[in-house]
Design a protein around this ligand. Structure first.
Ligand SMILES: NC(=O)c1ccc[n+]([C@@H]2O[C@H](COP(=O)([O-])OP(=O)(O)OC[C@H]3O[C@@H](n4cnc5c(N)ncnc54)[C@H](O)[C@@H]3O)[C@@H](O)[C@H]2O)c1
Length: 252
């Protein structure tokens, strides 16, 4: 696997952690497929990679739609080559206290995070098994440990940890590792939307989170991309079924 250009798929790569991860993996030497709901939204990510002489394509797919995922992965295999890295990053929030949480709040979060990771992993594993090599990294969260207003999201992010450990067991014999990164508070549009929803200025929101974080700052998408880069590397082949908290402290 060392010489030819390896191929990485990053979901939710239009912005935030996914965009930073796509750029980092391109800098690491991967040809990158930036997947998001609308391919056009990945234009900035692809342009940033092209500007540094990297190789990337934008692919439109809803990760919760099985046919769309199969088509997207086939498209990547045809246009970039067989994928050897998958980053399950696409995500949404539908926060609400349990008594106000709608069926749709629950189903949407489960569909994107859990079903999305399942569908994407199932679609790429056949290429990885054929190659006897692969790296699957899924985005969990410190919310997996429990977080007020996030019964849906916490369940999905904890679920991804069990999913990851099971993939590690099933796919290990084929040279495929599966790991999760669990970020704490990272400055993205997702956390900006949370601040807006609770009516707090985003700068003040960040300052409060930084003050309660052991390293006394909030996280950046690049902090998470760095951990993903390690887990996606060839040298991390003996690390599998693990959850790395990227949270400025032991639990964020
Ligand atoms: N920001 C944080 O503090 C934080 C903390 C822990 C975990 N995470 C996780 O990291 C991941 C990225 O978070 P972010 O903050 O960059 O979020 P973001 O909202 O900035 O970006 C998420 C991206 O996912 C895409 N997406 C949403 N639904 C999709 C679908 N069905 N199919 C394809 N793409 C879809 C969106 O269009 C968007 O581009 C998410 O899984 C999130 O839960 C974020």
């Amino acid at each position: 696997m060392t010489d030819r250009q390896r191929v990485a798929i990053v979901t939710g790569a239009a912005r935030g952690i996914g965009a930073a991860t796509a750029q980092r993996l391109a800098a690491d030497g991967f040809a990158v497929a930036a997947v998001d709901l609308d391919a056009a939204n990945c234009a900035d990510t692809v342009a940033a990679i092209a500007a540094t002489k990297g190789r990337a394509i934008a692919v439109g797919a809803d990760v919760s739609d099985a046919a769309a995922v199969e088509a997207a992965v086939a498209h990547v295999a045809e246009h970039l080559g067989s994928p050897s890295v998958l980053v399950n990053n696409a995500g949404v929030l539908r926060d609400n206290l349990l008594f106000k949480m709608s069926d749709d709040d629950w189903d949407t979060v489960m569909s994107v995070h859990l079903r999305g990771a399942f569908l994407c992993s199932r679609a790429v594993q056949k290429y990885m098994v054929e190659q006897k090599y692969g790296r699957i990294v899924s985005l969990s969260s410190t919310s997996a440990l429990g977080n007020r207003g996030q019964a849906n999201y916490a369940a999905a992010k904890a679920g991804l940890q069990g999913f990851t450990k099971t993939l590690a067991i099933e796919l290990g014999p084929f040279g495929i590792t599966a790991n999760a990164v669990a970020p704490g508070f990272i400055v993205t549009e997702m956390t900006a939307a949370t601040a807006a929803r609770v009516g707090v200025d985003f700068e003040a929101f960040q300052a409060a989170r930084a003050a309660e974080t052991p390293v006394r700052r909030v996280g950046r998408p690049e902090d998470v991309a760095h951990a993903i880069s390690y887990l996606a590397s060839e040298g991390a082949g003996f690390v599998t079924g693990q959850v790395i908290y990227v949270a400025g402290g032991p639990r964020g």
